[in-house]
Design a protein around this ligand. Sequence first.
Ligand code: ADP
Ligand code: MG
Length: 696
Amino acid sequence: MKNPDYLNQSVSSLTGIGSQTAHRLEKLGIRIIQDLVFHLPHRYEDRTRVYPINSLTAGMTVLICARVEFTDILPRGRKSLICRVSDSTGFISLRFFHFAAAQHNLLKPGALISCFGEVRHGFAGLEIVHPEYNIIPNPDSCITETCLTPVYPLTEGLKQATLRKAIKQALSLCNEENQLLSDWIPQSVLKQYRYPSLNEALKTLHAPDESVSIEALQNGSVPALKRLAFEELLAHHLSLRKARNKIKAWQAPEFSSDKSITEHFLRSLPFKLTGAQQRVIAEIEADCRRHHPMMRLIQGDVGSGKTVVSAYAALLALKAGYQVAVMAPTELLADQHFRNFSAWFENFQTKVVFLTGQLKNSQRKDVLESMAEGSAGIIIGTHALFQESVNFHRLGLIIIDEQHRFGVHQRLALREKGQQDNIRPHQLVMTATPIPRTLAMLQYSDLDISIIDELPPGRKPIVTSIIPAERRGDVIHKINSWVDKKRQAYWVCTLIEESEALQCEAAEKTAELLTEFLPSVRVALIHGRMKSADKEAIMRAFKNHQIDLLVATTVIEVGVDVPNAGLMIIENPERLGLSQLHQLRGRVGRGEGDSYCLLMYQSPLSDTARHRLGILRDSNDGFVIAEKDLQLRGPGEVMGTRQTGQMHFKIADLARDADLLNNIQQIGDILFQESPQAIQPLCDRWLGASTEYSEV
Ligand code: ADP
Ligand code: MG
């Protein structure tokens, strides 16, 4: 078959694949023949050699060739069939829990068998449970294979053998002439990194010969795997750069800055901007003078003062006659922005509105109307801001806070919003989760990055201590004297993230206990299962110092700003990622006074956990912590993928392949300069239908 399109054909065109199998394959995302080629084994079995029985240890999965000594049904415990076999070096037991009489008859004393399975400790020495086996006529007919056996991820009803056959067929159709398997990575790059060709790499991974070790396949050090992982990461990087380049063809409103107004704004603030804030503002002003949409990310540690910088950008938009949308990940945070923006823009003849789920129908109608007709200048809300039914009059700027809570896809989809007469709004996104440079190549290459690397003056470092839960009594005592000094505190109950219900329950109990132990302290509770209106009421009361101690779940993680609250107790910190703990801790240390964070762990604390918490105690720098978190727990934690599930790779594993990101930018440049025609096919190959997510 030389038809270049065959890899594009449905899997049902292969022999042995009926509609039912095709349907099962579809559940694995396999529709066309090409998909089969990229469906890689998740592990391998080694049937390339026969192991002598005396060389076996528990945990090995091996092929042996042995003679049956005896076979017996053991009635004890769970009924099982035991068959003892031996070779010239020793003996081992085979155990079957499901067995037919026929099996008993086949495994007769003296019979020679080849047998494959995992060795483990049994009641009497080593055994293999439910091995695959064949009766063979003589030792020479014990068939070893020339390649490692691939084991593929399956789905219900799909057999390993069926999939292996289908993939074998698909591979036999592959050759260099096929467009879909072209090597889009330039030869010079393949050579420099000693990467095999795509064809070769795929063949190696589906059928590794004896020269490839199982360990190397498993730990990802095989060049074939590196090459594919690299190509996949590169495709993701390129797709974001494509999105970024596309902007150059887009129009955006021009915001020129008017000194008399911006200076009036700055003078009306209760503080002077830091140097870093001023620098970032200048970068934003330069962006907004161009005719293309700004796509800028502000990275700055918690408390570095990103909000006011975004407010400055909002001022530029308002002055040019445009509306501004401010999107926050939670209602709590949106409410806080609403109050800050309302205060900052009090004397600037603009209406700030809050589009929250809590509005009564009539109020909601009013807000929507004011947005649509343009009387509302600044519109604040959660992602609900960008629902179908919401219309803007003249949207010129979108501000997205705590961007890591929203996924890449959401961000790219948002670019298409608010388009009017081919003019698209500027975008400013903010995050307090510092991303190490290499990961930024992958996650943010569609954005320009500004960094606020300076905290407002007068902030004292937060003193962090690590204490066992047994000292809870002392801690409660400390709260008492803290509250006596008219200061406020947080008590954060963390539990396994997966169970919000349990987390809330724990917080409820803790709040009850603390209320009982601290009769003179005003204790309140806030958690994710409360109604938004109740949460807001509590937060407002806390801000107004009508509450001394706020018992909370991790809902308060992002953005909440109450400078008088300078003490935070975090229960079970050992269960959270360092970046998340750093975010939580960032709720304190926002005012002039001293601030403390007590990490109250459950004993016993493992060495690794102690080490991790130690990093947090010794550093207040989000970037340092993110780098360490990346080393210790992998990128999921740092990038917040657990919350958003945003980056999904077929082959690459960022924990394993992070080093591949080092050259991505540079190789991306080479592609854009030397073979731009390769970019789209590469993105299609790895991102499939989502390639065009920038068009969503
Ligand atoms: P984040 O960067 O974590 O979002 P915020 O924007 O919430 O931080 O700012 C934290 C606090 O610092 C707020 O109370 C804000 O008003 C205040 N702030 C911002 N910039 C300055 C500054 N230059 N000097 C003093 N306080 C500032
Ligand atoms: Mg913030």
